[in-house]
Design a protein around this ligand. Structure first.
Ligand code: GDP
Length: 482
């Protein structure tokens, strides 16, 4: 149906397909295909945006709407099928000539009424275009953004920021993603790289012109001073890395405790929906169930772990193993105890040594007179008394978790948000450490090489050098049309 396309559906736009690998292995060339896709979300909708990018974007738009709008001005236009001349819809057309467009190429956008048939007919019409259908093809997932990267409109950290902005579910995530998109890390990495290049030039001058009288003896000293200064800044960024990464995934709060303490009931209460199975028979929560919450803008994932206890049942043992594994990673453990049972099983909380553990005494609705002495200061000096069943005390528990999240993430923007960033900076930092050590021993050649390695690691971070191998991994998080 569409020239040059395989099986393709216009519904394969943002949010409608699971992200997939794009496997784009074509060499970059100036006579590239012109690509098009539905760039807006699920249909039907009020408006649907079809985007076209590439050297023939202008021709394609002209064929459908009769003329090109003035650059960056909206034009009301009738969209026609070029083969039959039939009007498909009345739409807004926009024209962004390259290189000042999102992809850096010529880009056209058609804002249609968001009906399935309207979009289908428009997409089909692009395929039937008389003049340029042979240059046109449907875009692959992330291909618009990939072109923006290849044309130098976005560096890799900004591409990641864009993916995160699209995926952001809470305010704090949105802020962090937006800062990345706008170059928080990219610009810092680039300025580090430039300072390193300056330091490297000093060392190279020392090596190349060491025989000449007017080259100062000590060029190595200032170069190493720069390297040490950079090392300090990189160490500072690395110290905060875990929090930036956590903000993408969510703070992990595990509800743990003996079977039947009311963990599933509490999770349901927190989630305000039936996310976990609640049962009066001990040991029924066999797997780890999680809910994602937005607490005052911070993403928090609450896990209900299977009743942690010794069991002979192999399925239950597996549940217990998984529960322990997840709870070990948690930023906060809520150790839930049945207040009526005078703390049997509470010793189990000892396994979370070194983690934040709060003791939560549950079922106060049936033990109102008994619970006041039921404390275990060794376990945690933070104790809550709640009824997961009636909801009493649960709101103040949630408020405290939100405060904990706010303190954990802090208000300082985080430079590093992904493992990839951390690894790149660790490798730059290690090279700088080696450069310092070799400098002390006066081995200028090796110092130069280590500075080069450090600069390369920073270049990989922004995508300036050597990144072909990681591009597919980064762009596969995108959907078609982005
Ligand atoms: P889990 O094994 O820790 O996940 O415990 P469940 O959430 O399955 O709860 C075990 C039993 O305790 C169920 O019968 C719940 O209805 C009951 N239960 C849970 N929380 C409360 C509570 O606050 N008050 C009372 N009275 N019963 C509760």
């Amino acid at each position: 149906m569409i020239a040059g396309s395989q099986r393709w559906s216009p519904w394969a736009a943002c949010g409608l397909y699971a992200p997939r690998r794009i496997g784009l292995n074509r060499p970059v060339s100036t006579d590239r295909d012109t690509i098009f896709a539905l760039s807006s979300g699920r249909l039907p909708a009020a408006i649907a945006v079809v985007r076209i990018s590439g050297p023939h974007a202008g021709d394609a738009l002209k064929e459908l709407t009769g003329r090109l709008p003035a650059p960056r001005r909206a034009m009301l236009a009738k969209v026609r099928d070029p083969a039959s001349g039939e009007i498909i819809d009345e739409a807004l057309a926009l024209w962004f000539p390259g290189p000042h467009s999102e992809t850096g190429e010529d880009v056209a956008e058609i804002q249609l009424h968001g009906g399935k048939a309207v979009v289908n007919a428009t997409i089909a019409a692009l395929g039937r275009s008389m003049k340029c259908s042979k240059y046109l093809r449907p875009a692959e997932a992330g291909e618009f953004t990939r072109r923006a990267f290849e044309n130098g409109r976005l560096d890799l950290t900004a591409v990641e920021g864009l993916a995160d902005l699209i995926g952001a579910e809470t305010e704090a995530q949105r802020r962090q993603a937006y800062r990345q998109l706008k170059g928080l890390l990219g610009q810092r990495a680039e300025s580090w790289r430039q300072r390193l290049t300056g330091a490297l030039a000093l060392v190279e001058a020392r090596i190349d012109f060491s025989d000449e009288a007017d080259v100062p003896e000590d060029l190595l000293g200032p170069a190493l001073a720069v390297a040490r200064e950079l090392r300090g800044e990189i160490a500072g960024a690395l110290a905060d890395a875990a929090r930036g990464e956590r903000l993408r995934d969510g703070l992990i709060v595990a509800i743990a405790g003996p079977p039947n303490a009311g963990k599933s009931t509490l999770l349901n209460r927190i989630a305000r929906r039936d996310a976990a199975i609640v049962s009066p028979i001990p040991g029924t929560t066999r797997d780890v169930i999680e809910v994602h919450l937005d607490l005052d803008g911070y993403p928090v994932t609450v896990l209900d772990t299977a009743g942690i206890r010794d069991s002979a049942d192999p399925i239950e043992q597996e549940g217990v193993r998984r529960a322990r594994e997840r709870a070990k990673d948690a930023d906060l453990v809520l150790w839930l105890a049945d207040v009526t049972e005078n703390m049997p099983g509470n010793e189990g909380a000892g396994q979370f040594e070194g983690q934040h553990v709060w003791l939560v005494q549950n079922k106060i609705d049936i033990a109102n007179s008994q619970y006041s002495n039921n404390r275990n200061p060794k376990l945690s000096n933070i104790v809550f008394y709640i009824s997961a069943q009636t909801g009493e005390g649960v709101n103040s528990l949630i408020t405290r978790i939100a405060q904990f999240a706010a303190e954990y993430f802090g208000s300082e923007p985080k430079l590093l948000t992904r493992e990839r960033h951390r690894l790149a900076l660790q490798s730059a930092g290690a090279a700088l450490d080696r450069a310092s050590a070799e400098g002390t021993a006066g081995r200028e050649d090796i110092v130069a090489e280590e500075l080069r390695l450090a600069a390369r690691a920073l270049g990989r971070l922004t995508g300036r050098v050597d990144v072909e191998d990681i591009l597919d991994v980064i762009f596969r998080d995108f959907c078609i049309g982005k």
